[in-house]
Every structure is written in structure tokens, then in C-alpha cells.
Write a protein that binds this ligand. Structure first.
Ligand code: PLP
Length: 469
């Protein structure tokens, strides 16, 4: 029994179309359910495991049964990242148009290793990379799509290291105590000897002076300053490091400037951050994650760089089975010579379709709306007698309930968090700001609105009153 269409002879074109319609309906049900379903799955570990576990499926199954199982056993065990009350981490509500594009990505099954393997896919990826750079003022750059911010930061650091001949253990990377952990992790993976985790100013920003002082001290100790990792939008508080100062320090010390814009870089599209673009343009590399503030479904991150030649220095590889025979420069291009991976998905198509359909202007508009939502939320916190704003920036706000005399503020706010999550209406992240336990929201969610945020303020207030008895 064979079929030219599928490994399974039951699936021909007609059947495939029917199945696609059923899958699309299930996805639409999921999107429809976002506003009202609980944010968190309510199943405990053992129950969920029991629901999912099945014997090795040796025989062909029934499609209807499989879809029912997805609907009844898997979907209820999933967190709803697109729920309007999902305000944790930095995690976007997936844009449905891009989800459809993802189906096509798998169907086309392009392996975007090199131009000769996937010609149009390579051109689409180059185009999308160009658009992302242009949108944030980092024009004419080289780049590569990767799985997310961690992978982009790692590859950024690979370039910084490729520029120096010094021994890895002599190298130093400069971050702030607020920098995402993926930078320090990358440094560890690369065998970089030292990561200087520097204090921030009162706005939780890394300043040029502390980096300059650390660089001078390291030089005097015979070490080799390698890379400053600045953040445009820290995970914790949405802070934007002092880019003007860090650009100067990087330039005057000949040190690589990497910007972790995994979360915040798309905000550079906005008028209010336009003045930062001239500094961003001077960075040696920058990470930007379309799967965060461009609302694309996972997984797609991007590393942009001014140093195409260093991509080759860091990553070029040769073997008989991958040797590129083409001599024409467009056709000789290979991504596997410019990044860690050989086999790579056609992520670019999902972005190409979504970005063209939605348009960068609408994405920028929504980012602006989310910053305004956060500013309005801050104002509500500040005008609420029992709440205290601890830090905020971009679409992140950190706050807490004021504890009374002799009360443990951290314990009280931990309990408030638990009680707010129990309602199923919200997911917030716990964090710490200057040592204080804080409740944190991050709006990267086109379904979040004023009403849901007002409800949060009141829910935290009510929980606080109840818990304090
Ligand atoms: C500023 C920043 N950098 C890097 C990352 C890591 O990104 P990813 O989770 O896509 O690896 C995050 C994740 O939230 C982030 O907020």
C-alpha cells in the first residue's frame, strides 16, 4: 500500500484538505478560548501524566480520536500565553496569521543551509533580516534567524570572541546585574574567563562610568576586555542601558558592543525612542526576537551584525559533503557558514507572511499601546493607597503591596501573588527589585486591555486586604 501524497495511504489531497480544516478549526477554538479560559492549566503532575501516557503506537490510529485527545487531554494541560491576563516573563500572544504560515513552513520543508539548497528561502530570510534591521535603525546589516534570544546572544558573543586572538580565559564580558542570564551562560559555554556583573544606577541601567572603571581595572590586571553587553529592555524592569555612554566606552576601548534587544528592540520603531537609534546603529551586534514583541509564534529570534566577515571567521566550516561549488556571490551564500546550525527551518517565511500582512506600522502601534497600558497601570498603582511602584520601563512594571509595621513584605506579596494566580485570570512573574520581592507584569500581548489591568490592580488590592485580615 503506497500513496504519493503521504506515508499513509488514507491521506490523499482531499483528505489532507479536510484534515487541515479540522486542525485550523481546533486552532481557532484555541484562539476563541483565550479571553475566558484560565491562564494556567489546572491539572496536577500525576493526573496530567496519566492523561498523556499511552502505549507505543504501533498500529495506524484514527484521526478523529487523535484530534479528540489533543482537545481533551493536551490542550487543557497547556498554559494560555495569549490570554489577556498572561503578563508573565516576556512571552507573546501568537499571531494567528503566522500560525497558518507555520503550517506552510513545515509543508515546504526547506532546509535553509545555503542558497543552493533552498534558494528562495535564503533570499526570504535575507529580506526579513533586512526588514528587521531597517525597522529599528540598524540598516544594511548581516544577520541570521535563530531559535530565540539565548541563541542570538550566544552567536553575538561568538563574533566578539572571533575578533580577538587573546586566550579565552583572559577575556572579560561586561554586563549589569539586570542583564539576561543568557549572556553569562554564553560566556561560560564559550570558555570566556570573566563576566563582570556591574551595579546599575537608580533606574536599573548600566552606566558607562562603571564599565569604564571595570575595563581599566581589568587591563591593569593583564586581562583582555572583550565585550560590553548592553540591554535595550531588561527582562526584569524594561530598563534601557545608557547606550550613549556605552557606545563611547566601547569605541574608546576597542571593545565589542553587543545589544541584547531580544525583548525591547522592536520599541526602537517608535517615535519616542527614535533618539536611541543613532547609538544602536553603532553596536557591533544586536539581538531582536520577533517571537517576543513582534507577536510571532515561537520560535524565532534574530542576530544582526555589522561584521559579516566575522560571521565567517567564527562559523565557516568545510567538508566534502557541504562544499559550495557556486561562484556567483548570491548563489554561493550559505547560512551554515554564518551560524551554529547546519539544518535550519524556513522560519523566515512565517515572518515574511506575517509582517507583510500585518505591517510594521500596526506592530509599532500595538507596541505603543502596550507601553501606554503600562504607564496607565503605573498610575493606577501609584494612586492606590496600598500599592507601591518599584520599577518600570517599556511594557514592564514591578510593584508590591505595602506591608504594615512589623509585617514581612516579601511573605505578604508572595501570598498575594498566589491568591491572584488562583483566580485563573492572571499570570504574573515574581521578581526582585533592589532586593525587594516584587510582582511583575510585562505586556507583550495584543489581547491585554485596560479592563484586565484595572481588574489586576483591584484583585491585588482585595487580596492584600483579605490576607492581612
Ligand atoms: C532581554 C532578554 N534577552 C534574552 C532572552 C532569552 O530569549 P529566549 O527565551 O528567546 O531564548 C530574554 C527572554 O525573555 C530576554 O528577556
Amino acid at each position: 500500500l503506497t500513496s504519493n501524497f503521504s506515508l499513509d495511504p488514507r491521506v490523499d489531497r482531499e483528505r489532507f484538505l479536510q484534515m487541515a480544516e479540522e486542525v485550523a478549526a481546533l486552532a481557532a477554538d484555541w484562539f476563541d478560548g483565550e479571553p475566558d479560559s484560565p491562564v494556567l492549566a489546572r491539572l496536577d503532575g500525576p493526573t496530567l501524566r496519566k492523561r498523556i501516557e499511552r502505549d507505543l503506537p504501533r498500529d495506524a490510529g484514527q484521526w478523529d480520536e487523535i484530534l479528540d485527545d489533543v482537545r481533551q487531554d493536551i490542550m487543557p494541560g497547556l498554559r494560555r500565553n495569549g490570554n489577556p491576563g498572561f503578563l508573565a516573563y516576556v512571552s507573546a500572544s501568537a499571531e494567528p496569521v503566522a500560525a497558518l504560515a507555520d503550517l506552510l513552513v513545515s509543508a515546504l520543508n526547506q532546509n535553509v543551509t545555503a542558497w543552493r539548497s533552498a534558494p528562495a528561502a535564503v533570499e526570504v530570510e535575507r529580506q526579513v533580516i533586512g526588514w528587521l534591521g531597517e525597522a529599528i535603525g540598524y540598516t544594511g546589516a548581516a544577520g541570521i534567524l535563530v531559535s530565540g534570544g539565548s541563541a542570538a546572544n550566544l552567536q553575538g558573543l561568538c563574533l566578539a570572541v572571533a575578533r580577538t586572538d587573546a586566550a579565552r580565559e583572559q577575556l572579560v564580558v561586561y554586563v549589569s546585574e539586570q542583564t539576561h542570564f543568557s549572556i553569562a551562560k554564553s560566556a561560560r559555554v564559550l570558555g570566556i574567563g570573566h563576566v563582570r556583573c556591574l551595579e546599575t544606577d537608580s533606574d536599573l541601567r548600566l552606566r558607562g562610568r562603571s564599565v569604564a572603571e571595570a575595563i581599566a581595572a581589568d587591563r591593569a590586571a593583564g586581562l583582555v576586555p572583550c565585550c560590553i553587553a548592553a540591554s535595550v529592555g531588561t527582562t526584569n524592569s524594561g530598563a534601557i542601558d545608557a547606550l550613549d555612554e556605552l557606545c563611547e566606552v566601547a569605541a574608546s576601548n576597542g571593545v565589542w558592543l553587543h545589544i541584547d534587544g531580544a525583548y525591547g528592540a522592536p520599541a526602537l520603531m517608535l517615535e519616542r525612542y527614535r533618539s536611541l537609534r543613532s547609538f544602536v546603529a553603532r553596536a557591533d551586534s544586536i539581538s531582536i526576537d520577533p517571537h517576543k514583541w513582534c507577536y510571532a509564534p515561537l520560535d524565532v529570534g534574530c542576530l544582526l551584525t555589522r561584521h559579516a566577515e566575522l560571521q565567517l571567521e567564527a562559523f565557516s566550516a568545510d567538508a566534502d559533503y557541504v562544499r559550495v561549488e557556486q561562484t556567483e556571490s548570491i548563489e554561493a551564500f550559505s547560512f551554515f557558514d554564518r551560524g551554529l546550525e547546519l539544518s535550519r527551518r524556513f522560519r523566515a517565511l512565517k515572518l515574511w507572511m506575517m509582517l507583510r500582512y500585518i505591517g510594521f506600522d500596526r506592530i509599532g502601534e500595538r507596541i505603543e499601546e502596550e507601553i501606554l497600558l503600562r504607564e496607565r497601570f503605573d498610575a493606577a498603582v501609584q494612586s492606590h493607597g496600598e500599592l507601591e511602584l518599584l520599577a518600570s520601563g517599556l511594557s514592564v512594571s514591578c510593584f508590591r503591596y505595602r506591608a504594615g509595621e512589623g509585617e514581612d513584605s516579601d511573605d505578604l506579596n508572595r501570598e498575594i501573588l498566589e491568591s491572584v494566580l488562583e483566580s485563573g485570570r492572571f499570570l504574573l512573574s515574581p521578581t526582585r527589585v533592589r532586593g525587594m520581592f516584587a510582582l511583575r507584569i510585562c505586556v507583550v500581548n495584543f489581547r491585554t486591555d485596560e479592563d484586565r489591568l484595572d481588574e489586576l490592580v483591584s484583585s491585588v488590592g482585595v487580596s492584600g486586604v483579605r490576607l492581612r485580615g
